[in-house]
Design a protein around this ligand. Sequence first.
Ligand code: UDX
Length: 447
Amino acid sequence: MALKITVIGTGYLGATHAAAMAELGFEVLGLDIVPEKIDMLQRGEVPMYEPGLEELLRKHVAGIEGATGRLRFTMDWAEAADFGDVHFICVNTPQKHGEYACDMSYVDSAVESLAKHLNKAALVVGKSTVPVGSADRLAARILELAPAGDEVELAWNPEFLREGFAVRDTLRPDRIVVGVRSERAEKLLREVYATPVAEGSPFVVTDFPTAELVKTSANSFLATKISFINAMAEVCEAAGGDVVKLAEALGHDDRIGKKFLRAGIGFGGGCLPKDIRAFMARAGELGADQALTFLREIDSINMRRRGQMVEMAREALGGGSFLGKRVAVLGATFKPDSDDVRDSPALNVAGQIHLQGGQVTVYDPKGMGNARRLFPTLGYADTAVDAVRGADVVLHLTEWREFRELDAAALASVAAAPVILDGRNALDPAVWRAAGWTYRAMGRPTA
Ligand code: UDX
């Protein structure tokens, strides 16, 4: 009989995972404690913008016309415990307020609420990004709480999905990492992931701590690549070099690779910044803090890029204060193809300029609702052209395709001064300069 799967937590990770599991052919029950989320998902709607996710939900959610009906949602822990052979824990682990460490309270409470009702054999699989050592602790807690005792097991299976590519990354991951303590757990997870493995996703079996560490070290490595190239951008700025050419030349070396070497205003979002901080905090607790002191530097290079963008804007406006200056900001989300504005470098820069008296107008293709909620005092426009109208300087801060396709000449005619600063090194300088713009970018010479 086919495995039945529950997914605990239907946020970004959980909603995607639940839909993907249904797509792989399993019967899936998603659980959340927020009724509004359940209502939306039952209608096949997602509370965030993620390409392809809504289509996948509509294909499977029970009650939607033409759907397979393999995917349902509930708020009832007992129902979820009774339904699933495999229970994926997909709740979030945000940064603790005022601290580097991550907040495990959602994971702890999800595992406890579920475990209390587990009175038959089951595998609980953690997917959330957690401090190393959590799986060990949670396994002991499950043993204490689950009525079925040691028939309930834990496994750790970190998730590497990227926003904007969440569906693809879940259906066909670069690798599947499973931390297990028994052959039975490995066998169940091999069954769950049989399709992606058959299609070529490598399946890596490890112990608990290694599985937890793969995730945090992968994110640390990615953050390091970005801050490395941003440090090179600073040197290029000082020496008159071109960081885009430098990155291209570095990338030809297979050992280095081309990806994640785009210099600019740095990384943001709900994962990389908080994950490297939580990793440092955990290493400190383990007495291994020296191993990760470099991450402090990675974080600080990243954070100072935002301030450097503000200074670049000030300079473009002639030096002095921002008072009375009109600044157009293209981009609010932390990356394109997402409506996520958590720790967004773009909004941070916009906010700093606003606080210093600048008249900031932001436009983003998908992030306006979230940006307005988080930064209600900034100005907003409904189109890129409206944002740029009358601007003394334009800042390109999130590299949406829409911005690369803008009519640079038409835009030059509505700006007060056609000066654009590319904080993402994503626009073509030749195109913008030919259209009459003064184009400047981080880490590149001024032409
Ligand atoms: C990241 C990891 O990539 C993913 O594997 C993990 O599961 C979650 O965290 P995500 O947060 O979706 O995914 O964003 P990512 O694509 O990694 O980009 C992070 C930030 O880095 C963005 O703000 C992006 O603009 C920035 N970035 C990325 C750069 O500044 N330069 C680059 O070359 C690449």
